[in-house]
Every structure is written in C-alpha cells, then in structure tokens.
Design a binder for this molecule. Structure first.
Ligand SMILES: Nc1ncnc2c1ncn2[C@@H]1O[C@H](COP(=O)(O)OP(=O)(O)OP(=O)(O)O)[C@@H](O)[C@H]1O
Length: 512
C-alpha cells in the first residue's frame, strides 16, 4: 500500500488538511499557519483585521499556494502508485476541500460585497464543478455524499459568509474579542467542522443559541453573524442557492413591541381573531426554511404567558396563529439575547426555568469594553480607529480617531465605559460634532434610580408635580445646563431651575 504523501511531506499535508477545519479565530489556527508557513508565519497571536483591510487571512496568498502545491504533488504521486491506503485518501480529501475553498473564496467574497447577485445563478458554479471533477471526481471520494460537489459548494459559501460577518462585525485585537469571534464560529459550525460537514449541518436549526452580556457589547451583532451564516443548500440543476442569505436573519425586538401586539407579531393571527385583526397575518415564527433564524432580542422581557407559548414552539416545533386551530410547524433556528441576569430572573420567578433550559444549549457571552481595556489598555486606539472608519473615509477617520484618543486620555482617563461599544461610538460622534463628550455622571447608579422611577411610573404611583420635577431633572442631567434643558422642554431656564427635583437629580449623579 502506498501513501499519496511521502513521509517528509506528511506533517505539512496534515497541517493543511487541518487548517480547513480549524476555527479561524482560534489559537489552533495560528499554530497551524506557523507550521505551514514557517518563516512567513504570523507574528501575532490573535488574527487582526487592520481597519480598512480586506477581510481575509493576511497570509491568504501563501496559504493558497501551499495547498495547491500539496495537492499537485499528491496527484503527481498518485500516477506512480498502484494501490493507495485509505488514510491517504482521507487526508487527500481534507486537502482537496481546502484547495477547492480557496478557488471560490474570492468569487463568494464578491457576492458579499455586491449582495444583489446572491439570489441569482452562480456563474462560477460550472468552474467549481470542473475543479471538483479534476480533484475529487476521479478518486474513491467521488461517491461519498459528504464530498458531493453541490454540498461542498454550499459549505464553501457558508464558510465565506461566516468569516465575513464575524470578522467584520466584531472589532478588536484582544484575546477576549478573538474568543468572541471564535465562539460565534463554534455556534455556526460546532467545534468539529468534519462532523458538521458529514451531516450535522442538517440539524443545526434544532440547537438554540443564547447570547448574554451587558448592554452595548454586540449581542445583536453576534446574532446577526450567526443568522447570516447558516447552511443554505445549493440547487445544482438551476445553479442557485435555495434561499437568499440576506433574508435568513429575522430580528424581533421584543422589548419594543407592546404587550398587546407581541403574541400576534410572533405567532401571527387569523382574520377576526381580535378587534383590529382585519386580515390573516403571518407571524415572525412562520418561517419557510430551516436556514432561517429568528432572533429574539431582550428575551428576558417576555411576559409569562408568551414564555409558555415559546416553550411549546421549542419543545414541539409547532405553534398556532392567534384565533386559529391549525397547527403549523416552525422551521428554523432561535437565537435569543438579553442583558438581564436570567439566573436572578428565575429566582424571582419572572423567567421560566423550563424555557431557560430550552434556550441555553449553546451560550455566548459578550465581554464588556472595560474588560477588554483591562486586558490591553492600548486597545482603545484600535477601537477608536475602527469606530471612526464606520463614520468617515480612511484619512479623515485616522484624524478623528487621534483627536478622540487625545481627548479621552486627557479628560476621561478613568472612565469605565458602562455603555460599552455603543457608548464609545456615541463618544466618537460627539467628539466629531462638538469636540467633546459628556458621559452620564454615574450610569450604574442612574440605572438603579431610573429603574425604580420607571417602576413608579408603570404602577401610576406618582403625582403630577413629582413626575414633572423628576423629568426636568433627567433632561437637565442629560443637557448639562438650564438653558439647554429649557430649549428641549419648550420652557424658560428659570422654570427648569425651580421645578426640577433636586433630590432626584442628586441621586442620579451621586455615584452611589
Ligand atoms: N464587539 C463589537 N465590535 C464592534 N462594534 C460593536 C461591538 N459591540 C457593540 N458594537 C456596536 O455597538 C452598538 C450596539 O451593539 P449591539 O446592539 O449589538 O449591542 P447589544 O449588546 O445588543 O446591546 P443591547 O443589550 O442594549 O441591545 C452597535 O452600533 C454595534 O455596532
């Protein structure tokens, strides 16, 4: 029995084969790149996307060459052998998959930057099929369904999307941000891409993902990266994907929906189900394709009666529209997110345990900005650059990032960024517009006082004068001057000064 890979080339071939299956954001990936590239290997431990850079490995060209050389050598050797061992074919399959991926990586990337073409015929499918015939078609792998050309094509597009939407969305050069990207990847493919390719890809809709973390840390970005990166079967007979990836992510902002509409928005309703239901309506859960993802944002705010119904959807994957007896099937995956402490919510009885255990099989935690800056203080400059690039052209963005960095280091050296990346974005905008930024005096305390106040509003516990006095205090705290608050409130500054609730204002700002 002969091997397609001579002993001297075996370790490198294995590394190339493994590279195609390694989580691209993991340390394992860097280790493999080092093994393959030797001297040209990456110097850093975290894959960094420099602001403005194309979203691909910085070593793309060298890695592609290594894969092509490896497969060419194996094919040349094959011609000289009569009997080839099974292990060799397995390794050959991994390397071939890697090579095929890099041959379509760029055309798929172009689809992502010109997304209108994503629902059209894939013009490079025939080229891919020719490559497949050359690399796989005449080998014992050709009859294995996991090497079917349309499956590999679908997988290549999925990998390209997952890389694109994760790498572009989540900024940062810290290990914490790299870990977050790696966690997103695992949610999409699991930690074992081989097993995924073999068949698990068909069942991933059954695994729900729960994204937890403080407000403004990118939970929605995580959900979006997952939702846009699901496996979509490719139809070889018409040359199209079975769904347009852009329509596969369906966000539902639960906290923004009034309680009365929530049920009908989620489950749909039948004409006449309640006053105002003038026609049949599809709910968000009425997805048509297993590749679809429904993202339930702020799931911790769901009222108890809807929690029970959602539990049923997750258990039986069925539901009914409001006012309708017909049982419908839910196709698709649920991703949910909350900044709430669900453990505490369960202890208080406001969140059902059984629902939690249905949602939590796969959890991702988004790190706070403070934790990232603690790991690497100079990360602030990188993030400011990335945030500025979302606002301005590269040259102007560098100027803005430098201005923001100097301003923050001078005026807010100890700031804890309680609003996380969202706050950092607003800070950069404020510096762009006004040359300065005023953070809330003590956001943590403000949240507590605010929560208490909102509860009193909700329960109608306040008289008119107290209510107005507190609202004036809140506006004044946000504006920073009586004049600015008066403009906003449509009154004069003296009225603001006399009517605002001073005790409430102090409690907003005293840091307790
Ligand atoms: N890690 C990150 N990398 C890049 N941008 C980020 C990151 N985290 C948050 N942002 C940006 O901050 C803003 C808020 O992000 P997002 O809405 O995803 O946060 P969230 O955790 O869902 O917040 P909330 O709990 O308040 O809904 C967005 O503009 C987003 O682009």
């Amino acid at each position: 029995m002969g091997s397609l890979f001579p002993a001297a080339a075996l370790a490198r071939a294995r590394a190339i084969g493994d590279l195609g299956y390694a989580n691209p954001f993991s340390e394992e990936r860097i280790r493999l790149e080092r093994l393959i590239l030797g001297d040209q290997a990456p110097a850093h431990d975290v894959w960094i996307m420099e602001p403005g850079q194309r979203d691909a490995s910085p070593h793309l060209a060298a890695l592609t060459r290594a894969g092509e050389d490896c497969i060419a050598a194996a094919l040349a050797r094959r011609a000289t052998l009569t009997d080839i061992d099974a292990d060799s074919w397995r390794l050959y399959g991994d390397v071939a998959m890697y090579v095929l991926y890099y041959r379509v990586e760029n055309p798929f990337f172009k689809i992502l930057i010109h997304p209108d073409s994503s629902s059209q015929r894939m013009p490079f499918w025939s080229g891919f099929r020719d490559d497949w015939r050359q690399l796989i078609g005449a080998t014992p792998l050709a009859d294995d369904p996991q090497f079917a050309p349309e499956h590999l094509f679908a997988l290549c597009f999925q990998i390209r999307r997952a890389f694109h939407f994760t790498y572009r969305a989540i900024f940062g050069t810290t290990r914490l941000s790299a870990q977050l990207r790696a966690d997103i990847w695992d949610s999409i493919f699991t930690h074992d891409l081989r097993r995924y390719r073999q068949g698990l890809f068909r069942r991933m809709y059954e695994i729900s993902t729960l994204v937890l973390g403080p407000s403004g840390t990118g939970k929605e970005l995580v959900a979006q990266a997952i939702g846009l990166s699901r496996y979509i079967p490719f139809n070889a007979s018409n040359g199209r994907f079975e769904a347009d990836y852009r329509h596969c992510h369906q966000p539902v902002h639960l906290a923004a929906l009034p309680a009365t509409l929530l049920e009908s928005e989620l489950f749909g309703h039948r004409k006449g189900a309640y006053t105002g239901a003038i026609s049949d309506r599809l709910g968000y859960l009425e997805t048509r394709h297993a590749a679809q993802t429904v993202f339930l944002d702020e799931v911790g705010e769901l009222p108890p009666e809807i929690q029970v119904k959602l539990l049923r959807v997750l258990q039986s994957r069925t539901f009914q529209r409001l006012g309708d007896n017909e049982t419908r099937e839910f196709h698709g995956k649920i991703v949910s997110a909350t900044h709430r402490d669900l453990g505490e919510a369960m202890r208080q009885g406001t969140f059902r345990e059984d629902l939690y255990y249905r949602l939590c099989s796969d959890q991702i935690r988004t790190p706070s900005l403070a934790m990232q800056l603690q790991e690497k203080p100079e990360e602030l400059e990188h993030l400011l650059q990335s945030v500025s690039l979302r606002l301005l052209e590269p040259e102007a963005a560098s100027g803005l990032a430098a201005e923001a960095s100097a301003w923050i280091r001078r005026h807010l050296p100890e700031h804890g960024w309680p609003g996380n990346m969202r706050e950092l974005e607003q800070c950069v905008r404020s510096i762009l517009v006004r040359g300065r930024y005023s953070p809330p005096a003590s956001p943590r305390r403000t949240t507590t006082v605010m929560e208490q106040w909102l509860e009193e509003v909700r329960t109608g516990a306040l008289d008119h004068e107290t209510m107005t006095g507190r609202y004036y205090a809140l506006v004044y705290a946000g504006c920073g001057s009586y004049e600015a608050a008066a403009r906003k409130l449509g009154t004069d500054w003296r009225t603001v000064k006399t009517r605002l609730d001073k005790a409430f204002l102090d409690s907003l700002g005293d840091g307790g």
